[in-house]
Design a binder for this molecule. Structure first.
Ligand SMILES: C[S@@+](CC[C@H](N)C(=O)[O-])C[C@H]1O[C@@H](n2cnc3c(N)ncnc32)[C@H](O)[C@@H]1O
Length: 259
């Protein structure tokens, strides 16, 4: 019975886009916590929504596809801004002038990178690609990965993405990158696997790792998140890594981490 429900979940409108490894991993974890198949199903759906579905709805993904198609007649920042507004995480960084200022600050510390690895990228690689920065993204959201790869195919932007679960073997590209971005990711990973945040930070092969945390809820409320995440970061920073710089924007806290 529970396998039938899992198959249904894998095919369902809201979750068929999520990396199947993730759906199976989350399902297996919920099976350990609940006896009844319908409770497992409910908990798995809630968990998948919390780690991925909440950030870009299927409707926003469709709007993004239209925006991208329209971009050839409006190949400029207003169109880019419209695309970036379709995912909650990039929407929170807009306007583009603020996003430019944030990346200027990051690259002032790291040097302008020739290659960026963007883990749990959402659609952030659209920004980097449009600014001419070669970026490889990884995410469990098939819709986000599809958008990044379409951006390359349609406009020859220097970006690519793969749909993979960072907590499953082989998801993280092994080659060396100048900069790795772990934006608004670590607490989400820790929620999925105890010790997952440090494990992934230790696996990344990059000269600089940039970690960020949201300082407002998805609804826009500030509820002491900056202080909580400052303590969180200090408690979860792996041995052998140091914080070389940190700064806060309107709604995000950034750390530049050095090995
Ligand atoms: C808060 S959003 C951040 C997106 C992007 N980093 C940004 O800040 O613009 C979290 C992203 O993590 C992805 N995600 C969650 N768990 C993941 C995992 N285990 N492996 C890969 N991606 C994951 C979600 O699909 C979502 O796109």
């Amino acid at each position: 019975m529970s396998n039938e429900l899992l198959d249904k979940l894998l095919r369902s409108k809201n979750y068929r886009d999520i990396c199947p490894d993730t759906v199976r991993r989350v399902w297996a974890e919920c099976e350990k916590r609940y006896k009844k198949a319908k409770d497992v199903d409910k908990a798995a759906r809630e968990a998948l929504h919390g780690i991925s579905g909440a950030f870009m709805t299927p409707q926003e993904a469709r709007q993004l596809a239209y925006d991208m198609q329209a971009w050839h007649i409006d190949k400029a920042d207003p169109g880019l801004e419209r695309m970036l507004s379709r995912h909650a995480s990039t929407r929170e960084r807009l306007p583009l002038s603020d996003m430019d200022a944030t990346f200027r600050r990051i690259f002032a510390a790291t040097g302008k990178p020739r290659s960026v690895l963007d883990l749990a990228c959402g659609i952030n690689p659209l920004y980097l690609g449009a600014r001419g920065i070669e970026t490889v993204g990884v995410d469990i959201s098939g819709a986000a990965v599809y958008a990044v790869n379409c951006f390359h195919e349609s406009y020859r932007m220097p970006v690519s993405a793969r749909c993979a679960d960072l907590l499953c073997p082989g998801a993280i590209p092994g080659e060396r990158f100048d900069v790795a971005l772990l934006f608004k990711l670590l607490p989400l990973l820790e929620r999925q696997e105890n010790g997952g945040a440090a494990r992934i930070m230790n696996t990344v092969n990059a000269r600089h790792i940039i970690v960020s945390f949201p300082t407002r809820t998805l609804g826009g409320r500030s509820v002491g998140m900056a202080g909580n995440y400052t303590r969180w970061m200090e408690a979860h920073l792996p041995k052998g890594m140091d914080i070389s710089d940190q700064f806060e924007t309107r709604n995000e806290l950034y750390y530049i981490v050095a090995r």
